[in-house]
Design a binder for this molecule. Sequence first.
Ligand SMILES: [Zn+2]
Length: 127
Amino acid sequence: MFTCPNCHSKTISLRAKMSASIFRPARCPSCGGLFIVSRGAVLGALAVAELAAVPLLVAGPTIPFVAFVSLVVLLGVLGCAYSFGFAPMEQLAHAEPEPKWTATTYVLVAMGLVALCLIPAYAIFRL
Ligand SMILES: [Zn+2]
């Protein structure tokens, strides 16, 4: 259980913390506060991960592919462990309305997926 930053009682479960988003924040049953993992802390962790990834990208072609992939996975796991286990919580005044899935959203998601697929393609075929 994680401590509620508002009323300081241990009310927020790991599951609630992991599934909290600005659209569906975790609610503290004790004080009714709405919380998500601090966006500032996660952005900070992402910045650190990017910095850690630079030597990895430079060394990419020289180390074995399996080692490269395990390091990338390890970075991802560390990022998740930090975000859900250690990052501070941020209180929201209210939940954001759920985003509407319009044609533009589908196009953006499809383009995002294509961009993500390029990363393993790049790593495997060294384009
Ligand atoms: Zn609370």
